[in-house]
Design a protein around this ligand. Sequence first.
Ligand code: ATP
Ligand code: MG
Length: 312
Amino acid sequence: MSEEDLVIDVRGLNKHFGDKHVVRDLALQVRRGEIFGFLGPNGSGKTTSIRMLCGLLTPDSGAGQCLGLDVLQDSSAIKRQVGYMTQRFSLWEDLTIRENLDFVGRMFGMADRRQAVDNTLRELGLLERQQQLAGTLSGGWKQRLALASCLLHRPRLLLLDEPTAGVDPKARRDFWEEIHRLSAAGITVLVSTHYMDEAERCHRLAYIADGELLASGTASEVVAAQQLFTWRITGPLLQGLAERLGQLPGVELVASFGTALHVSGQDSTLLQHSLSQALAGSELAMQQLEPSLEDAFIHLMHYRRRQPGATP
Ligand SMILES: Nc1ncnc2c1ncn2[C@@H]1O[C@H](COP(=O)(O)OP(=O)(O)OP(=O)(O)O)[C@@H](O)[C@H]1O
Ligand SMILES: [Mg+2]
């Protein structure tokens, strides 16, 4: 891959807040036009990493480039060239959709502001609602306006921090169609999310826990790298069953999925043997599954917690 194809290419990024090491030796490469997902538990360092990439936060150490600009030296230029949708974005609720965009255009000092607002309204399907006050929009439309605001200055890189948190499935789906449309137009998107279905819509993704990047690749590469075997247990699930299964040799994690339990481990033979013995004579059934991305992430989190020095 040539360097020009990489819109983000950083390594060894570290950030401390006080004595807390929040991002550890982060290395990340994102290709042009790619939709790259950023996943990890609350407090794992996603927002902090995004803020270092867009020039809002200076890394304590590390090196690399974003949009061909140096992440340590050129932070002001990076800030102007990326579109950043913050995790708790705010709109001017007393202004209309059009006025909100116009205001953003003024802040960027855009000479062709009117044209840019017209184009953005049209491209994001906001023309009909342009006179509506932002404060009266539903969550999904607010999200769309927030996206429009960070697209107005035509950035080549979008950093979206949990852009769909709290909006309904239809609005989330529409939002993702939009992201794919932008990606097809050559815009690179780094997007953090807690939703598994969204993770699967990304071209590639990374999983971060306690500030450390534990896995990256396509969804199927990330799942395969865990070398995990998963069984689904169904039947009259008894209280305490999950805990009992969790104690068995070969069982590394047990997770409830609706009316079933997913039981996973890396030693296939031992796992199958333990489960067969435990379920013998019961009304419970076991069936092997392809591990899902969620299984892989839960495994990664547990794995991380078992490491010496890991925060529990
Ligand atoms: N400005 C700050 N000052 C001190 N600590 C901070 C600051 N910003 C973040 N932190 C801490 O850094 C850690 C990582 O936070 P960050 O917001 O990057 O996590 P996150 O992965 O985005 O979490 P979430 O999924 O909840 O958004 C947390 O422990 C958080 O409390
Ligand atoms: Mg965050």
